[in-house]
Design a binder for this molecule. Sequence first.
Ligand SMILES: Nc1nc2c(c(=O)[nH]1)N[C@H]1C(S)=C(S)[C@@H](COP(=O)(O)OP(=O)(O)OC[C@H]3O[C@@H](n4cnc5c(=O)[nH]c(N)nc54)[C@H](O)[C@@H]3O)O[C@H]1N2
Ligand SMILES: Nc1nc2c(c(=O)[nH]1)N[C@H]1C(S)=C(S)[C@@H](COP(=O)(O)OP(=O)(O)OC[C@H]3O[C@@H](n4cnc5c(=O)[nH]c(N)nc54)[C@H](O)[C@@H]3O)O[C@H]1N2
Ligand code: SF4
Ligand SMILES: [Mo]
Length: 678
Amino acid sequence: MRATVSEMRQTERRTFCRLCNAACGALVTVEDGQVTGVRGDRDHPISRGYLCPKGRALGRYHHHPDRLDHPLVRQGETLERRSWAETLDHLATSIEAAVETAGPSGLAMYKGTAHYLESAAVGYGPAILEHIGSRGWYTTLTVDCPAVTLVAELVAGHPWLLPVPDVDARLTVLVGTNPMASHGHTFNIPRPKEWLRRWARQGELWVIDPRRTECADVAQAHLAPRPGTDHLLLAYLVRELLRDGADRGYLERHADDVPSLTAAVEPFTLDRAVRGTGIPAAEIAALLGKIRETGRVAMVTGTGLNFQESANVSVWLAWMVSVVTGSLDRPGGMWFNPGYLSQTHRREWETRDGTPAPGPASRPELPGRFGELPCAAIADEIEAGNVRALVVLGGNPLIAWPQPERVKRALAKLDVLAVVDVVHNDVVELATHVLPAAGQLERADVPTGAEVYALRSFSQYTERVVEPSGERRPAWWILAQLARRLGADLPGAVDPDSATDEDVLEAAYGRDRARWSVIRETTEAVVTAERPYAWVCGRIPDQRLRVAPALLTEQLAATADPDPESLVLVPRRLLRKINSTMADGVGPVSPARPAAMLHPDDAADRGIVDGAAIAISSAHGQVTTVARTDDRAGRGTVTLPHGFVAASPTSLISGDEVDPATGMPRATGVPVTVARLD
Ligand SMILES: Nc1nc2c(c(=O)[nH]1)N[C@H]1C(S)=C(S)[C@@H](COP(=O)(O)OP(=O)(O)OC[C@H]3O[C@@H](n4cnc5c(=O)[nH]c(N)nc54)[C@H](O)[C@@H]3O)O[C@H]1N2
Ligand SMILES: Nc1nc2c(c(=O)[nH]1)N[C@H]1C(S)=C(S)[C@@H](COP(=O)(O)OP(=O)(O)OC[C@H]3O[C@@H](n4cnc5c(=O)[nH]c(N)nc54)[C@H](O)[C@@H]3O)O[C@H]1N2
Ligand code: SF4
Ligand SMILES: [Mo]
C-alpha cells in the first residue's frame, strides 16, 4: 500500500528530554518541520514512557512565540538584525576592546543550567577564557551546591565525586530534596513516585523537610526541622552512631581522623537538636534507632541543605552518617556512578586537598574553587569595572544571582552583554549581542548529567530532531566561531566551518571507542549491567577518607543556634517549570507570579487570609505576591518558589552575606517578615 503524502511527511523521532538531568526518553512527532507531538518512550530502559509535564510541553516550547531566531546587535535603544558574521566580528572586537581597557578579567562568562545540557560545547567557554587569561568563569554551581563539591573534595579528594542513593537501599532518607517535583538534585530519577515507593517498599523512606512535601506523602516518616537547623540533627546522629552503630571495620580501613570527628560532634546533644530543630525527641530517637537497626543508609541531600548558612557542615555531616555506618560506596548505601562514557573508575585523577584559588579582585575575601569564581561576586566585579564583557550561556542572572535589582543595574553598565539563549527574556532586554542557540530538538547531544547523577550507568545519542529554525546555531558552533575570532584553540580542535554536531560530540565523549560505537549504532538508550562499588574508597590515597577536615570542624564549632522566633524564607521547585524556563506560561500553564505558602496559624497571627496580597521583606529586599495558606508549610516558614522574575526569592537574599568557604549565598532560613497589603 502506498503511503499518503501526509504520512510521508510525518515522522516520529526518538530523542531524550534535556530540560533536566533526568534525560527521559521521548518520541517526537514532526510534520512538515513542525513538532506536533511529544510522548514518552516506552522502550527507554530507565524512564519507560515517563515524561513530566515539562517534557510533554517540549513541542510548545520549541515553537515559543518569543523564540530567538536571528542574531541581534544593539544599536542604541534597539536590537537590530545582523548576519552571524557581522555579529560575531562585532562581538569579538567589542570583547577585545573590553580586555584592552580592563585587562584579561574584563571578559567573564556565566554558565546557566541550560548550558550544562548543551553537551557538545563542553569546555569551550573555559578554553576561551584561558586564552584571554581571564579567571572569570562563573556557573550556577556557586548559587546551587558548592557544599557538595567542597565536601567531596575535602573528604574524598575530588569535587565531582557525588554519591547517589543505591537502588537497593533499605533505608533512604531525603534531606532537603523533593524529587517528586525536581526529579532530584545531585541524583536524578525519572518516574519519581515509583522510585520513592520502591524505596519505601523494600525498607523505609524518611523525609526531612520543613514542608510536608509530595515525597513525605509516600514516606514512612516525615521530620520537619526549622529551616537551616539540620546540622544540629545530623551532628547528633553522627555522635550517637559513633557510640553505637558504627561500622568499625569500614572506619579502620577507610577513615582518617575519626577522633577529630568524634570530638567535633561531641557538643551536639539530643537536647540541643530538639531545641534547635523543633523536632520532637521521640522522632529523632526513632530515626537513630532505624539507622542502627538497618545498618546501612542512603542519606540523600538537596538544595534544602546546600542553601543553608551551615550548608558545608550539613552536607559533610550527611556524608558522615554514611561513612560512620559504612554506607558510602557500598551496596544499600550511597553509590558513585562512574558514568557510561566517562568511566571514572577506570581513569586516573589527581587528588585535590581543597586549597582555594584567589577570589575576584573586588571580593578578595572570597575563594575561587572548582576552576571558577562565585556568582555572588559578579555584580561587584562589574561595578568595580573589572568585568566589562559578560557572555551568558543558557542562564538567567536575574533569577539566579542574589539581589536582582542590583544585578540588573550592573548588567546595564556592561560594555558587552552577549546572551546565548533560545527565547526572549528580561536578560535579552539588556543584551548588546543576542546569539540565538539551537534548542534541544535542533541539535545532537548525549546526556551529560546522567553520567554521575543517574542511578544506573547509561547513555544515549540523539540526532537533531528538527533542523534549527531561523538562523539558530548550536552553542558549540557559536563559541567555536567566537574562539576563532579571538585566536583561541578549543578542545578537540574542530573546525567550526566544517564540523558537524557528531564530530564535536565524538571529540568530547568518544574516548572509549567501543562504547561510543554502541550508542552511535542506535538511537536507544544503552545501560550497562555494571554497578561497581568500593571503587572510590579503592582509589583515594591510602584508600582513606579524610573525615574531619579542619575547615568543616571549625565551621561546625562556629555555628550559632537558631532564633526560633523569626519567620524564615524557604525556597522550592515547581513541577511545571524549570527555574525561569516555562515560567512565562509557555509550556504547562503556570502562574507568572508565584504564590507564597504560609502555615494557616502563621497567616492568622498576621491577619492574612488565603489569596491576600502580601509583602515579604528581609534585610536585603522585598517581594510582593499573594498568600496561599496551607498546613503543609512548616510553622514559622514562608515558602516561595524559585524562578519567577516577578517575585524572586533572590530579592530577599544577599550577595554579601555568603559562605566564606564557597561564596554561596544563604537562600533558605533567611529571616523575613510578612505583611498584608490590602
Ligand atoms: N520541576 C523542576 N525541576 C527542577 C528544577 C525546577 O525549577 N523545576 N530545578 C532544577 C535545579 S536547577 C535544581 S538545583 C534541582 C533542585 O532539586 P531539589 O533540591 O530537590 O529542590 P526542591 O524540589 O526545591 O526541594 C528542596 C526541598 O528542600 C526543602 N528545604 C528548604 N530548606 C530546608 C532546610 O533548611 N532543611 C531541610 N531539611 N529542607 C529544606 C524545601 O522545603 C524543598 O522541599 O531541581 C532541578 N529540577
Ligand atoms: N534565592 C534563590 N536563588 C537561587 C535559587 C533559589 O532557589 N533561590 N536557585 C539556584 C539554582 S539551584 C540555580 S541552578 C540557579 C538557576 O540559574 P540559571 O541556570 O541561570 O537559570 P535558568 O532559569 O535555568 O536559565 C536557563 C536559561 O536558559 C535558556 N535556555 C533554555 N533552553 C536553552 C538551550 O537549549 N540553550 C540555551 N543556550 N539556552 C536555553 C532559558 O531561556 C533560560 O534563560 O538559580 C539559583 N538561585
Ligand atoms: S523529568 Fe521532565 S524535565 Fe526532566 S528530563 Fe524528564 S521530562 Fe524532561
Ligand atoms: Mo540548580
